[in-house]
Design a binder for this molecule. Structure first.
Ligand code: DQQ
Length: 476
């Protein structure tokens, strides 16, 4: 059962990113807009703030940012093929019926299962008596893993890819086809393994949570790179023809160590909306003690950028969370002095730093700074080398917390304006560059006064905008 806990004095618990009332959450699952309402399912352990006994939690929203918790959607069935867990999957509209494709786990076997709902609010689910709907991985392949699904309809047939890997080669996605959604035949690997295993997927023995979709006239495959532990999230942009995907561009979707297992869906407006799991970066003991673990990213809109890479921007709906606003123009900002953001809590804000075009110096922004200077989270933009860096090594004085330095290269953008957009929600930071690329990280300052913001290199700064961010209902 859920332990509804009072987290009001927990200064690290986010208040406007989605998370369950308590306990453990990991991957977003089953994202769908159904009868006008957004549904977010997620990997959930109702027994505590640790991974295990995977259920599907469920929440609904009208606007992607305010969420209402729903009853658990899927629970393991002691007599079923999902006795040991209902792992990740997707929601699809199959001839008007809301249908989940998920991974049932029983002992060492991980196999595709189906459940359907006839409720308008998708509140209850019936598992198919035919589960598992695929009896085993393809016997001719030496598969490492066989789990997680991406499903679409093409030329009157259903297709799905399942996350996998082939011994000695690396991660892949296996392609299946069905006419009726219940009998599935193996087609082939979606991608030619030798094309990708030397690139972004290096070291990944399996790809988890594959997400394959069409966007801007191209196809995109996102995969969570795994080697007995999460490594990173890779993406490929390319051509899909004759049931074979040929990547032309590849990259890391978000270089922050906390971002994993994202899932996306196409909404009514044709936008590709993505959520990702933001892991904790503190010890297992600290998570159990806190009583909760795992946060969702803000909703992000994906796009293929002019250079062929995959971009992500915060969904415009996030602006609904903005409250009190302060704008500082260049002459009001003094190098390395505290920013005067009266009325805006430094641990619950959106901060937009707009840089002057043509400046080639380094700008450094420190957030979550303690008064004694011992704790701070540093963001630096080095225009000369074209690097954006987020450094959490000094974010917390606590020994329970792991920090790191996460960078992305954005090229030498001295020609046009550059904008850094930061969302700080207690222990989560999402940092967007020009609403195109993102680094996600966690920070757990120990000092209660670690709420200050400083900027160095201010002659490069055109203006700073800050908004207080208001809690969404579900996170409280
Ligand atoms: N999490 C799920 C799996 C998936 C993994 C289990 C990725 O289905 O492969 O909780 O984080």
């Amino acid at each position: 059962m859920d332990r509804q806990t009072d987290f009001s004095s927990d200064r690290h618990r986010p208040t406007w990113h989605f998370l369950p009332p308590s306990n453990w959450m990991n991957d977003p699952n089953g994202l769908i807009k159904w009868k006008g309402t957004y549904h977010l399912f997620y990997q959930y352990n109702p027994n505590g703030a640790f991974w295990g006994t995977m259920h599907w939690g469920h929440a609904i929203s009208e606007d992607l940012v305010h969420w209402r918790h729903m009853p658990i959607a899927l629970a393991p069935d002691p007599n079923g093929p999902d006795a040991d867990g209902c792992f990740s999957g997707v929601a699809v509209n199959v001839n008007g019926v809301a249908t989940l494709m998920y991974t049932g786990v029983r002992g060492h076997s991980q196999l595709p299962c189906v459940a359907t709902s006839r409720d308008d609010d998708l509140g209850s689910w019936q598992k198919s008596p035919d589960n598992p709907i695929i009896a085993a991985p393809p016997p001719q392949l030496d598969t490492t893993i066989f789990r997680d699904h991406s499903v679409w309809k093409e030329d009157g047939n259903w297709y799905q890819v399942i996350g996998s890997g082939v011994g000695g080669i690396g991660g892949t996605a296996l392609l299946y086809r069905s006419r009726d959604f219940s009998r599935w035949e193996f087609v082939d690997s979606l991608v030619s393994l030798d094309r990708v295993s030397h690139g972004i997927g290096r070291g990944a023995t399996g790809w988890e949570c594959p997400d394959f979709f069409q966007m801007n006239g191209q196809h995109v495959l996102i995969a969570a790179m795994w080697d007995h532990r999460p490594l990173s999230v890779g993406y490929f942009v390319g051509d899909y023809a004759d049931h074979r995907f040929t990547p032309k561009h590849e990259g890391v979707l978000d270089p922050g160590a906390s971002f994993y297992a994202p899932q996306s869906f196409t909404d009514d407006a044709g936008r590709r909306v993505m959520f990702g799991w933001v892991k904790e970066s503190r010890s297992a003991e600290a998570q159990r003690e806190a009583g909760w673990s795992g946060v969702m990213t803000l909703p992000r809109i994906l796009s293929v950028l002019a250079d062929g890479s995959l971009g992500s921007a915060p969904a415009p709906e996030v602006q609904q969370l903005r409250g009190h606003h302060v704008r500082l123009s260049a002459h009001e900002i003094v190098d390395d002095e505290l920013l005067r953001l009266e009325g805006i809590p430094g641990d619950s804000l959106e901060l937009v730093v707009s840089l002057r075009p043509g400046v080639s110096d380094t700008v450094r922004i420190d957030v979550l700074c303690s008064k004694d200077g011992r704790e701070s989270t540093g963001i630096s933009l080095d225009a000369a080398s074209g690097m954006l860096t987020l450094d959490t090594n000094r974010s917390s004085a606590s020994a329970d917390v792991e920090g790191g330095v996460y960078s992305l290269s954005y090229g030498r953008r001295t020609d046009g304006p550059v904008q850094l957009r930061m969302f700080v929600d207690h222990s989560i930071i999402e940092l967007f560059l020009n609403d195109e690329r993102c680094i996600t990280a966690r920070a757990y300052p120990a000092s209660a006064d670690a709420t200050e913001v400083r900027i160095q290199g201010t002659h490069a700064v055109a203006a700073v905008d800050a908004w207080e961010m208001r809690p969404n209902s579900a996170s409280q």
